[in-house]
Design a protein around this ligand. Structure first.
Ligand code: ZN
Length: 192
């Protein structure tokens, strides 16, 4: 019981009381139900990898978004991780493609550009006939550093803009509501 509670508590956003409630709930379920839950966890972990093109989570070589022919190929929105991608998808505002960096440049944490999916991004931009790259990175020191770094690399190929409007400094993209995020996308500003 303590082991199970401990495991739940390791999940993001789960405190000791919620962990206890989840553990008790599971223990009250029929055994086959718990088995299905355990199977789903293991299957997800072993089958879900990264999209070869945009690095979003995907069980197939190309993710759901990259394999949709109706999305605009000329527009790439750059995000730090898949959670931010999903937050932007919820707005239904963006019809282009994405690129997931896998984090932000943070010298304090020892995260340099070489640890992020920056090289494949530049390769995509160089060959795919991209008309605009939108940087959708959090307004923070790391987000600013990464945006400036990327803008310098991308500008020789195409215009770069950054979402701004309505997002307070240091706010997490994934917690912004849909209206705020839609406005942030619409109000993007070219980077110079
Ligand atoms: Zn993809």
């Amino acid at each position: 019981m303590a082991r199970l509670i401990d495991q739940f508590q390791r999940l993001p956003g789960i405190g000791p009381r919620t962990a206890q409630r989840l553990a008790l709930h599971l223990l009250n379920q029929p055994e086959d139900q718990v088995q299905q839950f355990a199977d789903a966890l293991l299957a997800a972990r072993s089958q879900v990898g990264q999209c070869q093109s945009c690095f979003h989570l995907s069980a197939d070589p190309l993710c759901e978004i990259c394999s949709k022919p109706e999305r605009n190929n000329g527009l790439i929105c750059v995000v730090a991780d898949s959670r931010d991608l999903l937050a932007l998808e919820r707005t239904r505002e963006f019809k282009g493609r994405y690129h997931v960096l896998g984090g932000l440049i943070s010298p304090m944490d020892g995260i340099g550009p070489e640890l992020l999916h920056i090289k494949p991004l530049i390769e995509r931009i160089a060959k795919d006939g991209i008309t605009e790259v939108i940087l959708a990175l959090t307004p923070s020191v790391e987000g600013d550093t990464t945006s400036l770094y990327l803008a310098r690399l991308i500008k020789p190929f195409c215009p770069v803009s950054r979402i701004a409007y309505g997002l307070p400094m240091g706010s997490e993209l994934e917690y912004a509501d849909e209206v705020t995020l839609s406005r942030a996308l619409e109000g993007r500003r070219p980077m110079d």
